[in-house]
Design a binder for this molecule. Sequence first.
Ligand SMILES: Cc1cc2nc3c(=O)[nH]c(=O)nc-3n(C[C@H](O)[C@H](O)[C@H](O)COP(=O)(O)O)c2cc1C
Length: 426
Amino acid sequence: MPRLPSAPPAVTSVQRDVHRRDFLRWLAASPVLASLGGLAALEPILAQEPWPPARRQLEELVERAQDALDVFDLQRVAEATVPPAHYGYIMTGVDGESTYRHNREALERLRLRARRLVDVSRLDTSVTLFGRRWPTPIVVAPCGSQSAFHPDGELGTARAAAALDHLQVLSTVSSTAVEEVNQARGEPVWYQLYLAPVGPGSWEGATALIRRSVNAGCPTLVYTVDLQGGSNRLTGERWARLDDRDCASCHRPGGEASPVKPMLRGLPSGAPDPGLGRSTTWETLPRLRDVTDQNFVVKGIMTGEDAELSVQYGVDAIWVSNHGGRSEGAGRATIDALPEIAQAVGGRIPIIIESGFRRGSDIVKGLALGATAVAVGRPYLWGLGAFGQEGVERALSILTRELEITMRAIGAPAVGSLGPETVVRS
Ligand SMILES: Cc1cc2nc3c(=O)[nH]c(=O)nc-3n(C[C@H](O)[C@H](O)[C@H](O)COP(=O)(O)O)c2cc1C
């Protein structure tokens, strides 16, 4: 659950103390100290170092991306380094954060049934989506405004995804245009589409945006359908109030992304379309499909009924998501929705799941219950905010390592060895 702020992150005092310890280390190694009487001269100063170490000092153990042992280590650094309004934008769910909590609680309620004496000397974590084989099932979810978290922004994320060969999906409200991101990634990313209220807003604008992603070579369009009703992001608003910087150019009051993003600039405004925005229905899907031959994925599906409709409307893959707890309040966990969705789909098209996945064992649970791949949002954003590209790489490699360890530990040498029998509810 996001920690609600009681005070702005203590960046300044942390940095001051880090510098102080650096200075003491330098002093201990210097000839100046010898002339002052050696280490004994430092004792009165060192005696002021509190023991046992305060939480603040434990956090300082993560001075470099490589020091992070799990993705929560990266979160702690991001909390201290990303400006408050932007950290709040990463962390916020809706209302009292119940959906955000349910995602985590439901994953933690599931236990793994470990099989023994299985040959796990060769491990295969690869999955295939639309004919492309990926060495890992871990997908980089579309998250907007990444330059607000670190100057590396989407380009840092793309270089990290390229270094470790992960599928990356780029948001409509990215802070960098798709052509540049594709170049940094070394191959075209999948492109995520918002229509409205965030997004182009008119049919002409939507068509132009989709065509731009086609021209950039993006093989797949991911249409996000879970924000049509708006969302009540209170945690984001609270954190934004802690931020006394002038943020008008990067976000609106409440920490929401700025409407003026590179991919939305210069789009034809067109006439307002009654089929876009709050009144969008399933009938919008064939209209979108007529614009493009890209693989077409619907992101935000949470029920078996909507999974069945997606298949009927010719969708190529389903993305199970409640937007990381950022769409409806009191929402069901995605992992709880997955079994009925997998049953409705019956293997006809791939399923991607996300929202709340933080450990390799969580990823195993998603794959076991019917997902083809598992996406993550905040874990790599924490890495990005903490250490830029290196932090994204660290987040992805931590999750991959945990996934591999878990698969070996439960006797699953390949993704195909995981199934509903792998998990049990506690
Ligand atoms: C800061 C932030 C920005 C996001 N921006 C978008 C976006 O532009 N488009 C979109 O479809 N989803 C967006 N999402 C949702 C993610 O794609 C994904 O559904 C969610 O982060 C998964 O949950 P997790 O963060 O718990 O892993 C965003 C999420 C976060 C945290």
